[in-house]
Unconditional design. Structure first.
Lengths: 257, 245
């Protein structure tokens, strides 16, 4: 084994041990208590395998990802320009910040009745809920990013006499980009949390629906847990993708020091 | 020689209510093509004075004129701040191209690369600033300023972040470049030796609220060795003027 491989194994081993211990404890507890409803890890795997074979798992994943993509994409389109505007124009910040601060702490769950009233029980409701929950962190992080631009950079831009367009494309936006990326990562995390919650309400697809439906249709707790694990794994992948953004050289300067 | 920059009765105070006077009715005339070093006790308002000269801070009273016109901050005079303002999110080449508005595409790249090699940055064009050493970063700063062909360079402690050897090396490189592309340079520094090494004249400021105490002519042949008796004698004289023997 190379030295790098050993170092890697050292890093990952402790968390693998924790997983093994937890799964072992779960297995032992269910076996010893002889629970009729709570599944063993093996039964969860078997259940998940069944869902994969008939393809329903992928349909649910696809439905959830589609809603996240739509709601989060819309939020991104609104949040970045709005945040840049609030960050650059002091009056815009003074005007809109109180509204954002009041709307932001409202749990997306509290919006569910209104979402159903406005958008019914189709795709539009969860898309709206994802939008409303991910838009505010991204607006605020973007505005923060613009506020945090050091004066010496703005002064240099003024000194070189660049056009307003170049000022934004080469100074303001890239200077705020590390904060925007942080906001995007937080926003995507929230969006993924919310889609599952939203799908538990009266929809016929999605991972949230899978969980509620599996419970209602004959206490299939193996599928409930399989659904939960899949949600966790996809969340991990989404976060990993956002971390890739953070490692891009044009934003790394901020995190590097 | 006609004056490039003139300051007439420039005063500036900071804060409202209990105003803190920083610059007090200061007069100064800077000749075209000279290197003028500005030294003074720490905290005396050197940076404020430089920002006023470059047009970034308006004086409360008095006037700054460049080529007999009221100063405006533009490409004619590039200010180099103490911490540096190379954009960390742009590559070296993109930084050098930043001020090149007129040139297009390939022209701008060629100009940027020409200035990169002038300051010894060849091969680092696509590097990001955080991948560079402090000395390299200074070179980017100078190259970006020189690329827009300014007439004046306003430099605020440009070498203070460097170690002594690197500082001397970069100073010599800059002096070499300034031999070929003549600029009017205002160099604010706390380092008297650096001032004598580089400047044609050294202006000594008083404590705050600051004004000009004395101006020394540096009549020493170039290139100057820092350890030479001439440099060291003048350094001692200026330090005496500052009250620190």
């Amino acid at each position: 084994m190379t030295r790098a491989m050993i170092a890697r194994a050292r890093r990952t081993a402790p968390s693998l041990v924790v997983f093994a211990v937890l799964i072992g404890a779960w297995w032992a507890t269910v076996t010893m208590t002889g629970s009729l409803i709570f599944p063993t890890p093996g039964e969860v795997l078997t259940g998940a395998w069944g869902l994969m074979q008939d393809g329903t798992l992928f349909e649910h994943i696809g439905a959830s990802l589609f809603r996240v993509a739509a709601g989060y994409g819309l939020a991104l389109l609104v949040a970045v320009p709005l945040g840049l505007w609030m960050g650059w124009v002091h009056g815009a910040f003074l005007t809109l910040n109180p509204l954002v601060q009041i709307l932001r702490p409202i749990s997306p769950i509290a919006w569910i009745p209104i979402a159903i009233l406005w958008f019914g029980v189709g795709n539009a409701s969860p898309i709206f809920l994802i939008f409303i929950s991910s838009v505010f962190p991204m607006v605020l992080q973007t505005a923060n990013g613009v506020h945090g631009i050091e004066k010496r950079y703005l002064r240099a831009a003024e000194n070189f006499g660049v056009s307003r367009r170049k000022l934004f494309s080469q100074v303001v936006i890239p200077a705020a980009m590390p904060q925007i990326v942080v906001g995007m990562r937080v926003g995507l995390g929230v969006a993924w949390l919310v889609v599952v919650a939203a799908e538990m309400i009266a929809l016929r697809s999605g991972l949230g629906y899978l969980i509620i439906d599996s419970r209602n249709a004959g206490n299939r707790y193996d599928l409930v847990i399989a659904g939960m694990v899949v949600i966790g794994l996809i969340g991990l992948v989404l976060d990993g993708l956002m971390r890739l953004l953070e490692s891009h050289p044009s934003v790394r300067w901020r995190y590097a020091s | 020689m006609r004056p490039k920059i003139t300051l007439q009765g420039v005063s500036k105070a900071y804060g409202n209510g209990e105003a803190l006077p920083v610059v007090d009715a200061l007069d100064l005339s800077i000749r075209e093509g000279e290197i003028l070093a500005v030294v003074g006790p720490s905290g005396c308002g050197k940076t404020t004075l430089l920002n006023i000269m470059a047009g970034f801070v308006a004086p409360d009273s008095g006037e700054v004129r460049v080529d007999e016109r009221p100063v405006v901050p533009d490409k004619k005079g590039i200010l180099m701040s103490q911490q540096g303002s190379v954009f960390p999110w742009l590559t070296v080449r993109q930084n050098l191209m930043f001020g090149l508005n007129g040139a297009h595409g390939g022209d701008a790249v060629a100009t940027a690369d020409q200035y990169a090699s002038l300051v010894g940055l060849r091969g680092f064009e696509t590097a990001y600033p955080y991948q560079l050493s402090g000395g390299m970063l200074k070179r980017v700063e100078f190259a970006r300023a020189l690329a827009v062909k300014p007439e004046i360079l306003y430099m605020d402690e440009p070498f203070s972040a460097l170690d002594a050897q690197m500082s001397l090396r970069i100073r010599n490189e800059l002096l070499n470049i300034l031999q070929t592309v003549r600029k009017t340079v205002v160099l604010v520094t706390h380092d008297v030796e650096e001032a004598v090494h580089m400047a044609d004249r050294v202006a000594v400021l008083t404590a705050r609220p600051t004004r000009i105490q004395t101006v020394f002519e540096v009549d020493l042949p170039r290139p100057r060795a820092v350890a030479s008796t001439g440099v060291q004698a003048l350094r001692a004289a200026i330090l005496r003027e500052l009250g620190v023997d």
